[in-house]
Design a protein around this ligand. Structure first.
Ligand code: AMP
Length: 190
């Protein structure tokens, strides 16, 4: 099973490239952001609680997203591979994911880190906000908070995965096709 983490700040292209990877390799896409938005759309208790935090650009509690990921792993036992997108976002989530995968003997093979400058991220997200319908994509202060959440809580994960010799950095500022090609090169080498 070829499991990879797509790693990078909000607006770095994880969602776009996850879709490309899923279409080419037939892996299962696990996006905690998408799962949370589905909970909000379904007006579940979890969704309503998460919405307040998401609308501010804050992270939701680790236990919530870890639980969602565990359910998805178990309901996709025949997967050829998983693409984790927007998860893990904290060291606690990364440690929990390692434990979940160890129990199922399906390790992460590679963490593909998309590198994009902070100015470019804000520009891209506000542009996306014109059509995404996402409140957290439309307000510059909220976008900046999401980037700060990334810088303080998520970016340190790069060291966590570098220590496991799994981290590969990919330039995230070319064309979508060029970046996809660089990602495919890494995945084909797994
Ligand atoms: P995303 O679609 O990945 O940009 O996520 C949108 C929002 O959902 C984030 O700003 C967080 O509020 C929440 N979220 C998504 N994934 C996670 C996660 N792994 N841990 C905590 N919060 C998350």
């Amino acid at each position: 099973m070829r499991n990879i983490v797509l790693f990078g700040p909000p607006g770095s292209g994880k969602g776009t490239q996850a879709t490309n990877i899923i279409n080419k390799f037939g892996f299962i896409h696990l996006s905690t952001g998408d799962m949370l938005r589905a909970e909000i759309a379904g007006q579940t208790k979890l969704g309503l609680e998460a919405k307040t935090l998401m609308d501010r650009g804050d992270l939701v509690p680790d236990e919530v997203v870890i639980g969602m990921i565990e359910n998805k792993l178990d309901s996709n036992k025949d997967a050829k591979g998983f693409v984790f997108d927007g998860f893990p976002r904290t060291v606690k989530q990364a440690e929990a994911l390692d434990k979940l995968l160890e129990l199922r003997t399906i390790p992460i093979l590679k963490v593909l880190s998309l590198k994009v400058s902070e100015e470019e991220l804000t520009r891209r997200i506000l542009e996306r906000g014109k059509t995404s319908g996402r409140a957290d994509d439309q307000n510059e202060e909220i976008v900046k908070n999401r980037v700060v959440e990334y810088r303080t809580k998520t970016a340190p994960l790069a060291n966590y995965y570098a220590a496991q010799h799994k981290l590969a950095e990919i330039a995230g500022e070319g064309s979508v096709d060029e970046i996809f090609e660089a990602l495919c090169f890494q995945i084909n080498n797994l």
